[in-house]
Design a protein around this ligand. Structure first.
Ligand code: 1HN
Length: 343
């Protein structure tokens, strides 16, 4: 019997020998199918607007969210093998109905206001620069109480949860749970005081109980890092590069079990040291102009642009003007599974 016949017989029995697969299964370093890619806000926003004109939002589809589909990932709505990123658009007076799912979600607002996201019955205002959480299995819906449309970035761990076959989904009530529009959510009143937690609340918790991390706090934290650097204190990540991480106050760790979120501010003229790490991330420019250099290829970026950085892709960021960037990644997964690697 020939070796060729042996492989045919393997195939007929749904068997695959390691010796023909080893390099694929165990590359010497991550060899992602996902590729580096840039989506321009100036392209995304008008397309979302057109969807707003043509496609109603409501039960079934649930959200007018348009996913960044990585060109390397075979047409799936995946930015990376673990992360979903989308632009979501809600027209004047529109409502996105209540539901919940095991996937963890957040919103980041690059422009606009007027939408309240209601998380487990708690209405939370969304404004430029805010970072808002909807951890897994929390009911959530969005309502636009203004006469202007609003669009924002959605980040979820959908691809990761799909690979694990761990997704559960449930519709909420058809009517929106709250039409209140308080300027401060109950969650923030209870939890969003620096370095302080309510004694009544048990913890640690797997996800942060802070529903919204407000721009005023993020901006102040970054501004003070650079001011301290000016005063001679070596507190920045690198010279001219301030960075903060959003944390879960009940653990000090990441905001959700699968998603890390950070904000970076570079002084004009700064270029970060090129680094790479195991794990993928998505960056969104919040303000300013600059370049993201991905495996040596320079991509100019401006406000709202979204950039996918696959695992082990070398990244350096250059600031033309002062440059503010939001970043989210799957780092907590890599940390929990002892798969962290960087150089
Ligand atoms: C979802 O619930 C939201 O709540 C956004 O805004 C995007 C993508 C797939 C499934 C659920 C949201 C989503 C989603």
């Amino acid at each position: 019997m020939s070796e060729e016949q042996l492989y045919k017989d393997f195939e007929a029995e749904n068997l695959l020998p390691l010796w023909t697969q080893r390099a694929d299964l165990m590359p010497t370093h991550p060899a992602p199918a996902a590729v580096p890619h840039v989506w321009k806000w100036s392209t995304l926003y008008p397309l979302a607007q057109r969807a707003g004109d043509l496609v109603p939002v409501g039960r079934g589809g649930e959200r007018r969210a348009i996913a960044l589909a990585n060109p390397g990932l075979g047409g799936r709505p995946y930015a990376t093998p673990t992360l979903w990123a989308a632009i979501q658009y809600l027209g004047p007076r529109e409502v996105a109905p209540d539901h919940r799912h095991t996937q963890n979600a957040f919103r980041f607002v690059v422009e606009g206001e007027g939408v309240w996201t209601v998380v487990n019955g708690d209405p939370v205002a969304m404004r430029r620069g805010d970072f808002l959480l909807t951890p897994g299995w929390h009911f959530h819906g969005h309502h636009n109480v203004s006469d202007a449309p609003m669009a924002w970035l959605d980040g979820l761990d959908i691809p990761f949860v799909q690979h694990l076959d761990a997704g559960f989904f449930e519709f909420g009530p058809d009517e929106v749970t709250s039409e209140e529009t308080p300027s401060v959510s109950r969650s923030e009143r209870l939890w969003a005081h620096p370095g302080i937690r309510p004694v009544s609340q048990p913890g640690p918790r797997p996800s942060s109980p802070i529903a919204a991390y407000r721009w005023e706090h993020t901006d102040a934290a970054l501004r003070e890092q650079l001011a301290l650097e000016d005063e001679g204190h070596a507190v920045t990540l690198e010279p001219g590069h301030a960075a903060i991480r959003f944390t879960n106050p009940t653990t000090g760790g990441d905001v959700m079990p699968t998603i890390r979120a950070e904000f970076h501010r570079l002084r004009a003229g700064t270029r970060t040291t090129a680094r790479r790490e195991a794990g993928s991330s998505v960056w969104q420019v919040f303000d300013g102009t600059g370049v993201l250099v991905l495996d040596g290829a320079e991509h100019p970026v401006e406000r709202g642009d979204l950039v996918v950085v696959p695992s082990w892709c070398r990244l350096s960021v250059g600031a033309t003007t002062e440059l503010d960037l939001f970043r989210f990644s799957d780092a907590p997964i890599f940390h929990a599974l002892n798969l962290e690697n960087s150089e």
